[in-house]
Design a protein around this ligand. Structure first.
Ligand SMILES: Cc1cc2nc3c(=O)[nH]c(=O)nc-3n(C[C@H](O)[C@H](O)[C@H](O)COP(=O)(O)OP(=O)(O)OC[C@H]3O[C@@H](n4cnc5c(N)ncnc54)[C@H](O)[C@@H]3O)c2cc1C
Length: 297
């Protein structure tokens, strides 16, 4: 196999345009498994892990841009204020995997169990793609992730990164697996409260062909906070049964299957429990004042 070693993004995009069959790799933590198991034998690979342009993040005009080459370890170190993103990053693999594995790789693999993906979905992220000649396009996450391990990327494109509007409000990521570390999610959930838009956003991983949102549950929770006057007064109590009803609605949005890691029924139950807990944590965080109120650069 030929390995292409570009030094700049422009060079990498040029090589990708000349050799669309070249498979890009950043950390290689997904690709190397495929190669070692003989599931994929590309004629050419494109090493993008050194490209400085992909290793950046910035906050600008109320938006976070996360370069595709950001590793989980760097996210944990450099973006601890983005609680849900940092929690998801902490839950990935082992320290070695977190030092190598990247956001771009999680997007490129597009596994329904990718831990970063529910966070991107709950944040309404766009995936930014580039091709040779300076052309870029941005796709909303749900138009990029189009099926299990299937994305809308074209053969001559690379993922530049993901970007989203920074929401003021608490958020969390949680995951159920067979043990506490080094585990593929049986179910995962990201919940984000958007204080400015009075919105609750919930995304689920590992319980459908790709990451899913739970729109009915989201409007129910936002409505319950509005009814209680809790958007303006975090101490206002919600009606009894709201957390439980929210959990049931989130579980109803899941489209799980039985597989070696868990049954569909267990996964639905896990979604219900994760959702209930995540909403309770968010409500508790709101009581702790501005410090508990979510993402900061
Ligand atoms: C032991 C182990 C444990 C793991 N645990 C977890 C876990 O807990 N949670 C989890 O979510 N994942 C886990 N993974 C999977 C993997 O680490 C993640 O999916 C990681 O984000 C992949 O990033 P990478 O940079 O290593 O991807 P790579 O292997 O380099 O690439 C993966 C795919 O994305 C494509 N790609 C990468 N970057 C780009 C780009 N910029 N543009 C276009 N295409 C691109 C590649 O062509 C390839 O198809 C684990 C893997 C291993 C081996």
């Amino acid at each position: 196999m030929d390995i292409l070693l570009p030094r700049t993004l422009d060079e990498a995009l040029g090589l990708k345009s000349d050799h669309p069959e070249a498979v890009p790799f950043a950390g290689g933590t997904d690709l190397m498994v495929e190669l070692n198991l003989g599931r994929r034998l590309p004629p050419m690979a494109l090493d993008i892990h050194r490209l400085p342009e992909l290793r950046q993040w910035h906050c600008r005009d109320g938006e976070l841009f996360l370069g595709a080459g950001m590793t989980y370890s760097r996210i944990i170190r450099e973006l601890p204020g983005f609680t849900a993103l940092a929690q998801a990053s902490r839950s990935v693999g082992s320290p070695q995997i977190r030092n190598r594995g990247t956001i771009g790789g999680n997007l490129g693999t597009a596994s329904p169990a990718g831990d970063a993906l529910p966070v991107l979905a709950a944040c309404d992220a766009e995936v930014v793609l580039a091709r040779d000649g300076g052309g870029t396009r941005a796709l909303p996450w749900h138009r990029f992730l189009i099926g299990p391990k299937k994305t809308a990327i074209e053969p001559d494109e690379l993922i530049l990164g993901a970007r989203w509007r920074i929401a003021r409000g608490p958020g969390s990521f949680s995951k159920v697996g067979r043990r506490n570390a080094m585990v593929i999610a049986i179910a995962s959930l990201c919940l984000v409260l958007d204080e400015d838009r009075h919105a609750v956003r919930v995304a689920l991983g590992s319980v459908g062909p790709t990451v899913l949102r739970a729109p009915e549950a989201e409007s129910f929770a936002a409505g319950a906070l509005a009814e209680a006057g809790a958007w303006d007064d975090p101490a206002a109590p919600l009606s009894p049964g709201v957390l439980e009803a929210f959990g049931e609605r989130v579980a109803a949005s899941a489209k799980p299957i039985d597989d070696i890691r868990g049954t569909a029924a267990y996964r639905r139950h896990a979604c219900e429990v994760l959702a209930r807990r995540a909403l309770r944590w968010a409500l508790e965080d709101r009581l702790s004042g501005p410090a508990g109120r979510g993402a900061r650069c």
